[in-house]
Every structure is written in C-alpha cells, then in structure tokens.
Design a protein around this ligand. Structure first.
Ligand code: ATP
Ligand code: MG
Length: 550
C-alpha cells in the first residue's frame, strides 16, 4: 500500500516510536470475517489493510472467524473464506481462530463485571429495552439497574443453564443511561438464544453481543490494532469501556477506516445472500457478483484486485469507487498477460471465391503484442471463414470501412480480400459474404503500399470449434443500489447477462484454459462449467476503457 495514502500507518508509526503505546511491540492485527456468507470485494479492502499492515511492520495477522452469532453460520463459508484469502496471496500461518472458542472466557469476564457492579440482568423484553432507550433529552430507563449483585449473578447463571426463554432477559453493562452516545446507554452484552451453534452445538443458549465479544477476542489474541470499518466508530467508546473494565490484561486499539463502496453493485452479505437464495443470480460465484469467487470466475486475477485496492487507498472519508476503475485494473493486467486469439461471437460465413479448392495455409499469429518473445501460434486458413455479422453492410453507412461490395479489407494476418457481393436466404437475410483475395498480400501485407479498408478478425470455417459465450454487464442498472432508501432488487439490470451460442473459436481454443484476449472483442476466460463438448467462455471485460477516458 502506498505510503502517503494510509492514515493508519501514520498512526502506527507514531505508536512505534520511543514512548509510544507500541514501542518495542510486534504489530498484531486480525481479519475477522463472520462466516455467514462469501467474501466480497469490500472484505478484500479490510483484508489488505489487516494483512498488509502486518506485512509492512513485520508483524502478525490472525484469521479469526467471528462466529459469536449462531444464526446462519456455516462451515461451508469457513472453507470458502480460507480459500479466498489464500487466493489473494495472504496467509495466517498457524494463527487461525474461532471467536466461539472464547465463549467460556467471555462468560467468566461477564460474571466479573457483575461482581464489580458493572453489569446486571435486565428483565425487559427487547421491545421494552428499545422503547425505554430514551432520546437526546431523556435518559434510558431500566427498573432492574440497581438490583443486588447476587440476584444478577444468580439470574445470569440460570440464563446460561437454559431456564429462560429467548428474549426473557438480557445482561446489560452498567455504563450511563443518559449518555449522548446511545451505544453507551447500558448496552445489552448477552442475550438468550436457544439456537445450536455450528461449532459449539447446544452447549450455549446465551450468546455475547458483538460489542462485548469483539474487544475480548482482540485481548485474548493480544491484538495491538483492531482495524475495522467506519460504522464501528460510534461503538469505539464501548470497545474501550469493555477493554478497560473486564479483568484481562491487554491493550488493543480500534481504528476505523471507510468502507469500500462500488457503483452499480451492493456490498453487503445480507443482500448478496438474498440474490443467491432467491435465484436472481446462479450462485455466490455468479460472474456478475462482487464476491471474490464471482470475480475469480469472471476472470479477475489476484494481482488486478490487489492493484485496485492499492489505488483506492485507505482513508476515513467514505467514498464510492467506480466499477470502471476495477475493470481498468483487470484490463491492465490481462493486456500484459493474456495470450491473443480470434473468436467470432455472431458468425457470418465469408467465402473467398478465387481461393484454390482444397488448399490450406498456416499463418503465424502473434500471441501477445505487449510482451517481447511471447511467440506466435499457428492459425489455419482455408478460404472459408467466419466474420462478425456487423463487419458486413450491404449498403454501408458513411465512414464504414469493413465489408461492403467493392471494398478491400484485411483479414487479420492472412490476406487482403475484396468484397464482391453476398448471398441471401428467401427472407432476404444475408447468409454469406463473397470476396476475392489478392495472393500478393500473404500475411495481410500490401507490397504496393495501397490503402485498404479496415482489418477484421476471422475464424477458419474448416477448423473452428463451437462455444457458448456469456456477456456480462453491471448487475444493477442503478448506480447506487446499496443506498439505504432504495429497494436494491428493484435496481437490478434485466440485461446483465447475454448468452450467445454457436460462437466460433479458432481451433487452439478447443482445449483452452485461463484467459485470452479475443481480438477486437475483449478479454475472455474459460468458465468453470466448460467441457470439451460444451465450451463456455465468460467475457471478463471489454476492450473499451471507460475509466481512462475520464
Ligand atoms: P456485510 O455487511 O457484507 O456482512 P460485515 O462487515 O458484516 O459486512 P464481516 O464478515 O463482519 O462483514 O466483516 C469482516 C471485516 O470486513 C470487518 O472488519 C469489516 O469491517 C470488513 N468489511 C466488510 N465490508 C467492508 C467494506 N465494504 N469495506 C471495507 N471493509 C469491509
Ligand atoms: Mg457482520
């Protein structure tokens, strides 16, 4: 991460200096996903900050499953999260933890707070707590606040033993019912929830609230810097209160950074889960999803994602980044690294009428113009090829330079050919373009230097392989579907997926894997569901860069 765009590193630099809070200490961070969904690109920002900060200071970063909430957590997500982090190139070594493993300690520390008169069992229902939280001019109310310590200890033990129903009572920290920060108005720190936990089974029927659990998790792991997104800023006083009042010797500090937002998408597991569960997309790894597995399937590389995160920097001011920047970063990477190939998405037959019947030639096509010595690959030419339908116009519009009767066009790397006409079916649709080639222009050169129209890509008809191609555009038509006042489902783009079948690919792509630049069309990758019998390519990104233009 660049030096100048990360305020967190400026803070840490000061703390590591002589006399600072962390002088002589190892910087220790954690990445704490909740295993209730797949990671999305917002998490990558947090991941890069957590692992990246540890890397920069020669410190450590733990991977911690923040699984204190029994609902919706799943081992499938745990495995997927680990895979995604490794894919991004980060590693937690042997420091993999589950917050739920700390439930015993958390319980003991809560009991300790009750004994110090700093927590009490409140028998208001969640609705009553909500109703009695007061407002800016009126303090919150809890009739149970001053009950004897012994009574709270007894009730809390019985809560744990399963004697009470969900919602019957809670454990609340005794802080300040009149605080201007509502998080400090005797927040609930434990609630009853008779629900099995994905790792703890039925051991617990009380679960700690995030604000109580998180600082304790950080203390147990001796985290020095607990880096999180901005929505926790208002919770920091409570984080500090827990840290300073439970009997545990550790001194973590919470620092917040702006959440990443990207236009035309949503970055919330809850919303992404809805898209999956209600079938708006094909799964968590649908190539239109902003999840890491979706981006991976779309053809994103770890380097392009990392580069994107580096460019947006780390700041405290929330901002929404353009999807065009993410695409720009992918394009840059693939331009350097993806081999070139030819494919025709909407094929139209083109026949070179004066090409000797039965003759074939092999042309060497450049693999990758960006890298030196990237070599060439052989492409067969037999005088009968496919071109794009849009590369022919019987009656050309002004400025059109591709195929129309009388015009000379270069078939990329093969020959200059002159269009002589076309064949139509009974309905009047053009089904074949006819042309004649100039044998003197082998390789697409013009020895006499004459001007020809455009250069078009093509695929040899005799050796072409068929494929399905999936073209994607943004999942949401609306630029800001994540806005609080919007129904994000109503913002979906009905045209975000276009499936083309019967596309023609040069023979080499028959058993391809990975990413390619298809000449004039964009970058494509082989989909995970592709088979030799049914090839499927995803368009990762088109060639047109909308970011650079701005
Ligand atoms: P979501 O709303 O998608 O569920 P979350 O914050 O609840 O997000 P967690 O799994 O709890 O998801 O988050 C793990 C870490 O990732 C946290 O530190 C959180 O602050 C961070 N994080 C989540 N979303 C973003 C985002 N859009 N930008 C930056 N950091 C994020
Ligand atoms: Mg969460």
């Amino acid at each position: 991460m660049a030096e100048n765009n990360n305020f967190i590193h400026s803070i840490i630099d000061e703390e590591l200096a002589e006399g600072g809070r962390c002088y002589g200490k190892t910087v220790h961070t954690r990445f704490p996903p909740e295993p209730n969904g797949y990671l999305h690109i917002g998490h990558v920002k947090a991941m890069c900050i957590d692992f990246g900060t540890a890397e920069k200071y020669g410190g450590l970063c733990n991977l911690r499953m923040d699984d204190t909430n029994p609902a919706k957590e799943d081992d499938e997500f745990v495995r997927a999260i680990q895979e995604d982090i490794h894919w991004m190139g980060f590693d937690w070594g042997d420091r993999f933890y589950y917050a739920s493993d700390y439930f015993d300690t958390m319980y003991e520390l809560a009991v300790g707070l009750i004994k110090k008169g700093l927590a009490y069992v409140c028998e208001q229902t969640p609705e009553e707590v909500q109703k009695n939280r007061g407002d800016l001019t009126h303090p919150a109310v809890s009739p149970y606040r001053d009950r004897p310590i012994e009574e709270s200890l007894d009730l809390f033990a019985r809560m744990k033993a399963g004697e009470f129903a969900d919602g019957a009572m809670t454990l609340r920290a005794k802080i300040d019912l009149a605080s201007g920060n509502f998080n400090m108005r005797d927040p609930v720190i434990y609630r009853i929830n008779h629900q099995p936990h994905h790792r703890q089974g039925n051991k617990w029927c009380i679960y700690p609230m995030y604000d109580f659990a998180h600082p304790i998790e950080d203390m147990i792991e001796q985290i020095t810097h607990s880096l999180c997104s901005l929505e926790f800023e208002n919770h920091r006083p409570l984080y500090n209160w827990v840290r300073d009042n439970v009997d545990y010797d550790a001194d973590p500090r919470q620092i917040e950074f702006a959440r990443l937002g990207i236009d035309h998408t949503v970055l919330s597991k809850r919303k992404l889960r809805k898209l999956v569960e209600e079938g708006y997309v094909s799964g968590w790894d649908d190539p239109r999803m902003p999840t890491l597995c979706g981006l991976r399937r779309r053809g994103y590389t770890p380097a392009s994602v990392r580069n994107f995160i580096d460019r947006i920097g780390v700041a405290k001011v929330p901002n929404v980044v353009e999807m065009a920047l993410l695409e720009h970063c992918l394009r840059e990477d693939l331009n350097e690294n993806a081999p070139r190939a030819m494919a025709v998405l909407r094929p139209l037959k083109l026949t070179v009428t004066n090409y000797p019947a039965g003759q074939t030639e092999i042309f060497d096509m450049e693999n990758n113009p960006v890298q030196e010595n990237s070599g060439t690959h052989p492409v067969v030419f037999s005088g009968s090829v496919y071109i794009e339908q849009e590369d022919f116009m019987e009656e050309p519009i002004k400025g059109y330079r591709r195929f129309f009767p009388g015009n000379e066009v270069r078939l990329k790397g093969a020959y200059i050919v002159k269009c002589t006409g076309c064949v139509k079916d009974d309905a009047g649709n053009v089904i074949e373009v006819l042309c004649e080639y100039d044998p003197e222009t082998r390789g697409g050169n013009t020895p006499d230097g004459r001007k020809v129209g455009g250069t078009v890509h093509w695929v040899d008809a005799g050796t072409a392989v068929d494929a399905e191609v999936r073209l994607y555009s943004t999942l949401f038509e609306d630029a800001d579907p994540d806005a609080a006042d919007k129904d994000f489902l109503a913002c979906l783009n009905p045209q975000s997926l276009e499936v083309l079948t019967g596309c023609k690919m040069e023979a080499m792509l028959g058993n391809a894997s990975g990413s390619y630049q298809f000449l004039r069309l964009g970058y494509f990758c082989v989909d995970k569901d592709s088979t030799p019998e049914h090839r499927i390519f995803n368009r990762s990104v088109s060639l047109k860069d909308t970011f650079k233009k701005k």
